[in-house]
Design a protein around this ligand. Sequence first.
Ligand SMILES: NC(=O)c1ccc[n+]([C@@H]2O[C@H](COP(=O)([O-])OP(=O)(O)OC[C@H]3O[C@@H](n4cnc5c(N)ncnc54)[C@H](OP(=O)(O)O)[C@@H]3O)[C@@H](O)[C@H]2O)c1
Length: 327
Amino acid sequence: MAHPHFLLNTRILTIGGFSGLAFGVASAALSSGSKSHITLLDTDGLPLDFPFNTGNDIQDKYHDSDLHLHSPLSMAHPNFLLNTRTLIIGGSSGIGFAVASAALSSGSKAHITSVTAEKLSTKITQLQALYPAAHVSGSTADLADTDTLEANLQSVLDAAVKDTGGPLDHIVYTAHEGMSNAAKSNAKLVEITATKALSTFTARLLGPLLIGKLVAANPGRYLKPAASSSPHTHLGNLRPPPTSGSLHLWRVAPELAPIRVNVIIPGAVRTELLDEISGGNPDMFTKGTLTKEVGSAEGAAEAYLFSMRSALATGQGFIIDNGTMMA
Ligand SMILES: NC(=O)c1ccc[n+]([C@@H]2O[C@H](COP(=O)([O-])OP(=O)(O)OC[C@H]3O[C@@H](n4cnc5c(N)ncnc54)[C@H](OP(=O)(O)O)[C@@H]3O)[C@@H](O)[C@H]2O)c1
């Protein structure tokens, strides 16, 4: 199905919503199909309530009121992803596929990668069917070999820029090398070799780092200059710091700035990977969460959307682990 609108027909109370941040939140919620209820205090300290159903309601109420508005609603909440170009490395499955779907649902063009041409074609067809008016393209890329990793990533970047019509606004990285390589790295200690141990880190750890290198080495070629588009590289997933993803976050974010770089840190998310890890029983991961649920890929994709949309977010790891760390 198409990416769900998680705020559609929800009800949101925004306290202090006639100025500053809360006003922006109310406007953003309305633009996402929520009903917003704004509460503020008048000059005598008495509460004034304004239930709004649309952005126009806010505008009308504002013009009728004597209230001093610190954040005049000069325009509806912008869709920051409209007409952007997003490359999702690992977009043929799981979280990456959900991010591609979410980006398309917000009006971005999407370029995804898969290991095989057959799966790539199937996934592009699926996305195109969900978003008939949207641009969806893709590249095949095997990123598990250190000798070819950089060249393959460069081919993907070149193809994404060519197919989407220009430098990208966002790069999302969710590729990992799959369970067969993970199994090698989990060999018994006496069977470990450096090559086996490294084999599970090539795509997921070295890949994002080399994307950072390729972006830095080719200014403006793969990502748009910050001033025009607040471009943003999303360098992948990781378990909570200080493991793999955070290593390149702390290194890449300052060097690529003002290009934004964030890392999403998921807990258990229902994907092909989780099915494989759990032997077909992903619900086993509900234990040890606060939400008592395994996350959906669409829910995880929302964290990527936030990270892509908010020009204020950079150099951060966002934990979306169903409350596992506090359970
Ligand atoms: N799902 C979770 O519960 C969870 C939790 C924490 C962290 N994560 C992390 O989140 C990331 C995405 O996970 P996911 O669950 O969405 O995984 P997934 O559904 O298994 O998707 C993995 C993606 O990586 C691609 N891939 C596989 N082997 C590759 C290779 N050799 N070279 C290049 N790409 C390759 C796959 O392409 P094909 O489709 O062509 O195979 C697919 O696009 C991973 O880094 C994972 O470790 C996931």
